[in-house]
Design a protein around this ligand. Structure first.
Ligand SMILES: Nc1ncnc2c1ncn2[C@@H]1O[C@H](COP(=O)(O)OP(=O)(O)OP(=O)(O)O)[C@@H](O)[C@H]1O
Length: 246
């Protein structure tokens, strides 16, 4: 059963069809990677799924509910959350404050009924739970600016997890990392599998093929193939359009 169902999604910038009649089914519990060449429209897809960019046409259904016209906070409350880039981290605030502030900003009004003390306690509890899931508990009280690059990427994951999503949208979580840092983040994603449904955009093919249950290949705004990593590796159209060049 699909947790996320995308049908006929379209987005153009001028004459450029960045999302061109795109269909995508993400099953509950799977890690579904979306790969494709530079400029294929992967980030624009994530932006439409998360509610930052409005599609021109098509539908996005989450757990059976129509999300297409809803704004980002409503999607977060429904259980859809995306990771943001390091630029959204506040370097002068602690790691825990970064997570708590982001939860407050994203979930918004649903916390307003709580008394201030309960509010703070609940936000901090949510922040600490998320930091534990990405292995950053020991950094909670440090300023975010003092974290290594890989730790900042883990903090982005914690921020997205802190809203307790059922579907987590990850846009290049390994970007700028390598070696032990990248391996650590792959292990974090591995540990999230089955707990949360994941849509992963990632250029690191070793990580994608190690982590994904299924892979969709996006080329010129369209999904040209969806399958298991083995099916995708063996698909002649995929090899011709993309993997053969990689
Ligand atoms: N706001 C915008 N206005 C105009 N063109 C845009 C806009 N956003 C994206 N594009 C264009 O849409 C195309 C797809 O961009 P997108 O960032 O979604 O691709 P991508 O697959 O994520 O690429 P990469 O792998 O390089 O990150 C690119 O040609 C890009 O220049």
């Amino acid at each position: 059963m699909s947790l996320l169902s995308v049908r006929g999604l379209r987005k153009a910038y001028g004459a450029l069809k960045v999302t061109d009649d795109l269909d995508l089914e993400v099953r509950a519990g799977e890690l579904h990677a979306v790969i494709g060449p530079n400029g294929a429209g992967k980030s624009t897809l994530i932006a439409q799924l998360s509610g930052q960019v409005a599609p021109d046409a098509g539908s996005i259904r989450f757990d059976g509910a129509e999300m297409t016209g809803t704004a980002m906070p409503a999607r977060v409350r429904a259980g859809m959350s995306r990771s943001f880039q390091i630029t959204s981290i506040l370097p002068g605030f602690t790691v825990r404050e970064n997570v708590a502030t982001a939860v407050q900003a994203r979930v918004g009004s649903s916390f307003r009924f709580l008394a201030p003390v309960a509010h703070d306690a609940d936000l901090n509890a949510q922040a600490d739970e998320a930091l534990a899931r990405v292995g950053l508990s020991h950094r909670a009280a440090l300023r975010a600016g003092s974290l290594s690059h890989g730790e900042k990427r883990a903090l982005e994951l914690a921020i997205a997890l802190a809203t307790r999503p059922r579907l987590l949208l990850l846009d290049e979580p390994l970007a700028g990392t390598s070696g032990a840092e990248a391996e650590r983040l792959v292990r974090v994603m591995e540990s999230l599998k089955r707990q949360v449904t994941l849509v992963l955009i990632e250029h690191d093919m070793d990580a994608v093929f190690a982590l994904a249950d299924r892979v969709s290949v996006l080329v010129y705004g369209r999904i040209i193939a969806t399958g298991t990593p083995d099916q995708i590796r063996a698909d002649p159209a995929v090899r011709a359009a993309y993997l053969g060049d990689a």
